[in-house]
Design a protein. Structure first.
Length: 90
């Protein structure tokens, strides 16, 4: 267990540094790195977290409502970001 923790602790800053270096090279590389990281989060959420949460039926309507609100909020943020990019934002 300690061996795995040391590997994780070593590779996490290396991965962050590599991501920063690659994102500064070109927009295509930045897009690929973001797509891989986003896909990883979606996969973990869809296959592990969400399935396990909805397997327990207690508070299922509250959980589903929270899930919908979160999805709508993320979609709203994506639209908002697109609006600012069109106006010449950062």
């Amino acid at each position: 267990m300690i061996y795995m923790m040391v590997i994780f602790a070593a590779f996490t800053p290396l991965g962050i540094g590599l991501g920063i270096i690659l994102s500064e090279t070109s927009k295509i590389v930045e897009g690929i790195v973001l797509a891989i990281s986003t896909g990883t989060f979606i996969y973990v959420a869809a296959s592990e977290v969400i399935v396990e949460e909805f397997a327990i039926t207690k508070y299922r309507y509250s959980k589903f409502l929270s899930y919908l609100i979160g999805g709508i909020f993320v979609g709203f943020l994506a639209v908002l970001e697109g609006m600012f990019e069109e106006e010449g934002g950062h």
